[in-house]
Write a protein that binds this ligand. Structure first.
Ligand SMILES: Cc1cc2nc3c(=O)[nH]c(=O)nc-3n(C[C@H](O)[C@H](O)[C@H](O)COP(=O)(O)OP(=O)(O)OC[C@H]3O[C@@H](n4cnc5c(N)ncnc54)[C@H](O)[C@@H]3O)c2cc1C
Length: 305
C-alpha cells in the first residue's frame, strides 16, 4: 500500500497540466510552511528568522524540467541576483540549483553558460552552489557537468543518491576532486534496474556512503529526516574523531523543525533547504510521496484559504 501511494504521488509530480493549474492557484497556503514564498524577496524574512535560531539555509528556486531556452536564461539570471542579495543582506545561506532548470534537457552549451555565470558570481561572493541531483536519466550528465565545474571553481558541490546502485562507485570516482557532497536517499521514481527497491538496502547504502565520504576527509552534508541515519552519523563521527567542521546535517524546511533546532543546540551545523517560487507543485508531490503526514498540514491550510 505504501509503495502504491508513493508511486501515485511520484506519477502526479510529473504532470505538466497539474503543475500549470497549481501555478495559477498560487502558493500562499504553502508559504511559511514548506516554502519560503513565491519569490526570493518574500523568503528573506524566513531566512533571517531561521538564521536567528542558529540554522543555516540553502535556497532553491523551484522549477525543473524547463523546456524553453529563454526561461532557462531567466532562471540563471535570477540565481545570480539571489547570490548577490544573499551577500548584500549578509544572510547565512547557500544556493541549490537543478540543472534541468538551467536547460539540461535543451542544450549542453546553454546549461554550461548559465551555470558558468552563476558560479562566477558564487566564487566572487564565496557562496556555495549545490547542484541538486534529479532523476536517473539526468544523473550522468549532471555529474559530468559537476566535474567540469569543480576543476575551475571552489564554490560548487553536488548530491549523491543512496538508492542508486551506481552511487558507491560515483563517490569513489569523485574522491579525486575532494568534493563537498550532500548525501540523500533519493526522491524520484526509479526502476529496480538502477535503484535498490528495498528501503533497508537504501538505508545501508546511505550509511556506507556517509562513512566513505567522511573517512576520505571530505565535507559531508548528511541530508535526511531519519533518526537512524542521524544517530549513526553522530556515533560514527565521535568514534572516528571527525571534527564538526567536516560535516553538517540538512533537512527540508517545515520538516522536523524541532529536531533541526535540537541538533543546532547540540552544536552541530544544521542547514535548512528552503524552496521558493511559483513552481511548488512537483516539490509538494515528492514530499507527499515520501510521507503523506509530512505535509498533510499544508493541505489543511489550502482548504481553509
Ligand atoms: C536538504 C535535503 C536536500 C535534498 N536534495 C535532494 C536531491 O538533490 N535529490 C534527491 O533525489 N533528493 C533530495 N532530497 C530528498 C531525499 O532524497 C529523500 O527523498 C527525503 O529526504 C526523504 O528521505 P529521508 O532520509 O528524510 O527519510 P525517509 O526514508 O523518508 O524516512 C525515514 C524515517 O525518518 C522519519 N521521518 C521522516 N520524515 C519525518 C518527519 N517529518 N517527522 C518525523 N519523522 C520523520 C520516519 O521515522 C521515517 O520512517 C533532499 C532531502 C533533503 C533533506
Amino acid at each position: 500500500m505504501e509503495a502504491l501511494t508513493r508511486n501515485f504521488f511520484l506519477y502526479l509530480s510529473k504532470s505538466k497540466m497539474l503543475n500549470h493549474i497549481a501555478q495559477n492557484r498560487g502558493g500562499s497556503f504553502a508559504t511559511g510552511k514548506i516554502i519560503g514564498g513565491i519569490d526570493f524577496k518574500c523568503s528573506i524574512p524566513v531566512i533571517r528568522d531561521l538564521n536567528n535560531k542558529g540554522l543555516a539555509v540553502t535556497v532553491d528556486h523551484l522549477g525543473e524540467f524547463v523546456d524553453s531556452a529563454d526561461v532557462a536564461r531567466e532562471r540563471a539570471a535570477e540565481c545570480v541576483e539571489t547570490i548577490k542579495t544573499i551577500s548584500r543582506e549578509r544572510l547565512d545561506s547557500q544556493v541549490s540549483v537543478k540543472m534541468t532548470s538551467l536547460g539540461l534537457d535543451i542544450d549542453h552549451e546553454l546549461v554550461y553558460q548559465n551555470m558558468t555565470s552563476i558560479l562566477e558570481t558564487a566564487e566572487h561572493n564565496k557562496i556555495l552552489v549545490t547542484i541538486d541531483m534529479e532523476d536517473f536519466p539526468r544523473c550522468q550528465a549532471t555529474l559530468d557537468l559537476f566535474k567540469q565545474f569543480k576543476v575551475k571553481y571552489e564554490y560548487v558541490s553536488t548530491v549523491v543518491q543512496a538508492y542508486l546502485y551506481r552511487t558507491e562507485q560515483d563517490v569513489l570516482d569523485l574522491n579525486k576532486f575532494n568534493p563537498a557532497l550532500r548525501i540523500v536517499k533519493g526522491a524520484y521514481k526509479e526502476s529496480a534496474d538502477v535503484a535498490f527497491p528495498d528501503k533497508k538496502d537504501v538505508d545501508n547504502n546511505f550509511i556506507n556512503i556517509v562513512k566513505m565520504h567522511l573517512l576520505n576527509g571530505n565535507y559531508t552534508a548528511v541530508a535526511t529526516h531519519d533518526d537512524a541515519m542521524i544517530n549513526f552519523t553522530k556515533e560514527f563521527v565521535k568514534e572516528q574523531q571527525i571534527p564538526t567542521s567536516q560535516f553538517e546535517f540538512q533537512m527540508l524546511y517545515g520538516m522536523r523543525s524541532q529536531t533541526q533546532l535540537d541538533l543546532a543546540k547540540e552544536g552541530y551545523k544544521m542547514r535548512v533547504y528552503l524552496p521558493y517560487g511559483k513552481d511548488w507543485y512537483g516539490y509538494c508531490m515528492r514530499r507527499l510521496a515520501e510521507r503523506p503526514a509530512n505535509i498533510a498540514f499544508v493541505f489543511k491550510g489550502m482548504v481553509k484559504s
